[in-house]
Design a protein around this ligand. Structure first.
Ligand SMILES: [Zn+2]
Length: 331
């Protein structure tokens, strides 16, 4: 699934290629990933795309004011799309690429690719097409309070959040740090790849409780995360499965992964064997030597890291064992 760097890459590409263009008409095919298809057919024709920005793991195609004069000068956006969208933004098309979504402009004479579900005809002879074989994406026209309410559901922007704010968010929770990094209400935009990579870089075990991190550890983790995200954006993201940007170009950052997808290989830092465990229901890759497992608290309940007891837990442990996955944090 595209994460912050991949979505940023696509958003920057689209900002360069379609911002300022007017949508002449809309054709919808399969619509089960669209919140309200009728609203898109009703609201988008005639509207100009003022700006394309990333917000968390999705894109916002901001629409210019309905009443703007035809042929008005196009807004030129700054190169930094990492920030919070304009306070003045009133209407937008939200696009989440899901697992396999692709949104890109094509010349209208180019044949439609299979699984093209949405076509926006643009005023320069091109078509903005949304192609998505698996349709795990999402598309929605959002305006006014609905748009504001949608954006408020999400946490801090990882590239902008201060160390103090980040530390406050993760240290106030008993949840495991891996789960907190993935929780879009805590931080918006981080997924499995960049969570694992930043935890390895900061030498923090993915099952460590957020509340057990020191301020210094949280600050180190944020620095690692930001450095990795910036580098990944420079490299146009990671092309796992079939991610390509708005120009159809693959990212290169997968060649720089230190732990993600490297189970059984040697740690680049210490030579130990990279392990994979399940934390918060997700595969987590880590080095058992560089990233020490959190100690289980004796007495007082043990918090989030206590091994579950009782029949149910025993059955669950047996099941996970059968799957060949380690449930606990022991290497
Ligand atoms: Zn190591």
């Amino acid at each position: 699934m595209p994460e912050l760097p991949e979505v940023e890459t696509v958003a920057r590409g689209l900002q360069g290629s379609i911002a300022g263009r007017r949508i002449l008409s809309v054709t919808l095919r399969k619509t089960d990933f669209i919140d309200d298809p009728v609203a898109i057919e009703r609201e988008l024709p005639g509207r100009r795309i003022a700006r394309v920005e990333r917000f968390g793991k999705f894109m916002l195609l901001q629409l210019a004011n309905k009443n703007e004069a035809l042929g008005a000068a196009t807004e030129s956006g700054s190169a930094d799309h990492a920030g919070i969208p304009d306070a003045g933004i009133q209407e937008a098309l939200l696009v989440h690429l899901g697992m396999t979504g692709n949104l890109a402009p094509h010349f209208s004479e180019q044949p439609l690719a299979k699984h093209t579900h949405v076509t926006f005809v643009l005023d320069d002879g091109r078509e903005l097409r949304y192609v998505d074989p698996r349709r795990f994406g999402r598309m929605a026209y959002l305006a006014g309070e609905t748009l504001a309410a949608e954006l408020l559901r999400f946490g801090a922007e990882p590239l902008l959040v201060s160390a103090e704010e980040f530390a406050r968010r993760v240290r106030s929770s008993r949840a495991r740090i891996k789960a907190l990094l993935l929780d879009q209400r805590v931080l918006r935009g981080v997924g499995n790849i960049y969570a694992d990579e930043s935890l390895w870089s900061a030498r923090i075990h993915p099952a460590t409780a957020g509340g057990n991190l020191t301020f210094a550890e949280a600050a180190t983790l944020l620095r690692a995360l930001q450095k990795i995200l910036r580098k990944a954006i420079q490299m146009r993201g990671s092309s796992i499965s079939d991610f390509v940007d708005a120009d159809g170009v693959e990212g290169d950052y997968q060649q720089h992964h230190k732990v993600y997808g490297r189970e059984g290989e040697k740690c680049f830092r210490c030579g130990a064997t990279i392990k994979r465990i399940i934390v918060a229901g997700r595969s987590s890759h880590f080095c058992p030597v560089c990233q020490r497992a959190p100690k289980r608290k004796s007495g007082s309940g043990g918090g989030a890291l206590k091994k579950p007891t009782g029949r149910r837990a025993r059955v669950a442990r047996k099941k996970t064992k059968r799957k060949g996955r380690l449930r606990t944090s022991k290497g």
